[in-house]
Design a protein around this ligand. Structure first.
Ligand SMILES: [Zn+2]
Length: 653
């Protein structure tokens, strides 16, 4: 056999298959066939490395064996000072004006809402891709980052160090979340998270499918004689690097203001997310002269746009029943375009929120879409209320099963307590299979609904009675997907006891309580025999929780289900593990908005042995700062408390 020819043939063929699969969304071979050819190529490349093609599809997959390592940035990566008003920009400009004694040429560009990376080329080849990290050192992700518009080779042969922002286009994000929803996987909160989460994927095919893109925004090192930022970007563009075309050159503050509002106006029609604009001194010599403060360059500043609010009409309020039986009012809105997508539903949280907003059906309301996927109603234009406005009446019966709702004053919620309510049962199955519980891949909301309606599962114990033959002939299913689900179900039998306990969905038993109970009682049998005193003795379990747990465990139906789960071979004994102590002895405080509720992060901190402080002091080890962090951040900076981002925090665990 001519090995060189075979390698070249396989390389082209697999690349073609990849394109069909990932780009055209139209696979032309089965996975098995692809994998067989792929393995053949891998073996041939190992035996005849001299014939490996530059564009080999196996190249980045080698990363599977190499863990990413931290490396120092040759040139530190700075972050920008943020501003939220034109006054801040005026101050920024005035400082520069004083320094140079004349008007200064500034540039205005989009501030991409993604992740900053440093990219090095030498001798025409892409050498290294490194995350920003703390600015001094970052993670080497050369082998895992797949950025679709970043060329592996360029015509320019000199050394280049570039700074760019990697992002996921909105369309790709929407499609990714749609697919994840179908698979029962957790959704990404926004394209920025999705992009950050896609940079370190070890599976090359998966990484490729994320369709990340980059815009170069700075040339940190180059041997060419370049005197302005504009020239630097044009140079990058000419040698084939991706640069955003939205660019303004401004010779005075007025022009800057116009550029900022022009970018703001196009913000939601752009195919990618931006969260503001960046203003820079154009002249590079002047940039050098202006220099840096302790933290930021003096020659650049970020201008952040406010979250968008849009007004619309509240047409109706419907009531949804969650897995705990809690009934949530949902606003039905006259469809309106916000942050680039059409919105027709918004959360109203609970009865108290309805009172607080003083909201009625028919009102004109302002809605806002922050970092969350679901928008919220922020205010009501009382002056526009018509005589026909109707009061919102909370239901007294469950909208699904019609049984009377229990009113719980403490959390302003009404709850369906009928254990046979289909909404509760489906919700409990979805919870059981969810990632933090039994992590059964492929058993998401839609599949649970389908199997429940088909009476294939009437409770979560029934999941373990499912057989591939029940599923494979159903519409939308096949042999492979049916077998995959059954395999995922079987794999869940290895999930540790504390998560099984959490998966049961007992009221008041969240991840933390489940772990405390598992650690204390060590086995399901001992927990089942616990008295109210035993339960109250568990550190971290209050009286209300103890009573509620006891009540749930004595329930005959629950008893039967637990017995069945035991028989199916689920883990019912606690196994001590050493993980979960990575934050031992460290104290934390959270400020600003993170991607998930603060409670989630607080539980993570406690679950990993860390402690929570209520205020910023010298005793605080870490301040986790999210968006819109305010005075706590300032204080932490003053006291020299280490400030970390949510991602940095997650990497500590
Ligand atoms: Zn109900």
């Amino acid at each position: 056999m001519d090995y060189k020819e075979r390698i070249s043939y396989l390389t082209d063929l697999l690349n073609k298959y990849n394109k069909a699969y990932y780009i055209d969304n139209n696979p032309i071979v089965s996975d098995v066939e692809y994998d067989t050819l792929y393995k053949e190529l891998e073996q041939l490349e190992k035996d005849y490395p001299e014939f490996i093609q530059n564009n080999s599809p196996t190249k980045a997959v080698g990363a599977k064996e190499t863990l990413s390592k931290t490396i120092n940035h040759e040139i530190p990566m700075y972050s920008l000072d943020n501003s939220y008003s034109m006054e801040d920009i005026e101050e920024f400009y005035e400082r520069l004006y004083k320094m140079f004694g004349k008007d200064i040429e500034l540039t205005v560009e989009c501030k991409m809402d993604g992740a900053a990376l440093s990219v090095t080329y030498d001798n025409g080849r892409l050498l290294q891709v490194v995350t920003r990290g703390d600015g001094k050192s970052g993670e080497d992700i050369t082998n895992t980052a797949y950025i679709s518009n970043l060329p592996k080779e360029i015509s320019y042969k000199g050394k280049l160090i570039l700074r760019g922002e990697v992002f996921m286009p909105k369309e790709v994000f929407k499609e990714l979340n749609r697919k994840r929803g179908e698979m029962g996987q957790s959704l990404f909160a926004n394209p920025r998270n999705a992009a950050a989460g896609s940079l370190k994927l070890l599976d090359f095919k998966q990484a490729q499918s994320r369709m990340l893109e980059m815009f170069v925004y700075n040339l940190a090192y180059c041997d060419e004689n370049i005197s302005t930022h504009e020239e630097a970007l044009n140079f990058c563009r000419e040698i084939g690097l991706p640069v955003n075309n939205i660019f303004f050159k401004c010779s005075n503050l007025n022009m800057v203001e116009n550029a900022l509002s022009e970018i703001e106006n196009m913000r939601f029609s752009l195919p990618y997310d931006i969260d503001g604009a960046v203003i820079k001194v154009n002249n590079i010599d002047m940039q050098r002269q202006a220099g840096f403060t302790a933290k930021f360059p003096r020659w650049a500043i970020a201008y952040k746009y406010k979250a968008q609010q849009v007004s619309t009409i509240l047409e109706d309020v419907i009531f949804q029943v969650g897995r705990t039986g809690a009934v949530t009012p949902v606003a039905v809105l006259h469809p309106v375009l916000i942050s680039g997508s059409t919105v027709s539903r918004a959360s109203l949280h609970n009865e108290d929120e309805i009172k607080r907003l003083n909201i009625m059906i028919g009102d004109t309301v302002f809605i806002e879409k922050g970092g969350e996927i679901i928008p919220k109603v922020v205010s009501v234009q009382q002056s526009l209320r018509s005589d026909n406005a109707k009061e919102i009446i909370m239901p007294s019966n469950c909208p699904i099963c019609n049984s009377p709702l229990e009113v719980i004053e403490s959390d302003a919620k009404r709850r369906c307590v009928n254990p046979k309510c289909p909404a509760l049962i489906q919700g409990s199955i979805i919870h059981f299979a969810s990632r933090d519980a039994m992590d059964i891949k492929g058993l998401g909301e839609k599949v649970v609904e389908e199997l429940f309606n088909a009476h294939l599962i009437n409770n979560y114990a029934d999941i373990y009675e499912l057989k591939a033959e029940h599923l494979e002939d159903r519409e939308g299913w096949g042999k492979v997907s049916a077998e995959n689900l059954i395999e995922a179900v079987n794999e869940s039998k290895n999930i540790p006891f504390e998560r099984v306990l959490f998966a049961l969905g007992l009221r008041h038993v969240g991840i933390i309580a489940a772990r405390l109970l598992a650690e204390h009682f060590k086995s399901m049998d001992r927990l089942m025999n616990a008295t109210i005193n035993d339960l109250e003795n568990v550190k971290g379990i209050g009286k209300e929780t103890a009573v509620s747990i006891l009540k749930s465990l004595k329930d005959e139906n629950m008893n039967q289900i637990i017995t069945r789960l035991k028989d199916y071979g689920l883990q019912m004994e606690y196994v001590q593990s050493n993980t979960g102590a990575s934050l031992q002895g460290k104290s934390f405080l959270i400020t600003g908005t993170l991607d998930k509720p603060r409670k989630y992060y607080e539980e993570l901190i406690l679950a990993n042995g860390g402690s929570l402080l209520s205020g910023v002091s010298k005793n605080l080890d870490f301040l986790i700062a999210g968006e819109k962090a305010g005075s706590k951040l300032d204080k932490a900076n003053k006291l020299g408390v280490k400030v970390i981002s949510q991602d940095e925090f997650l990497s500590m665990i």
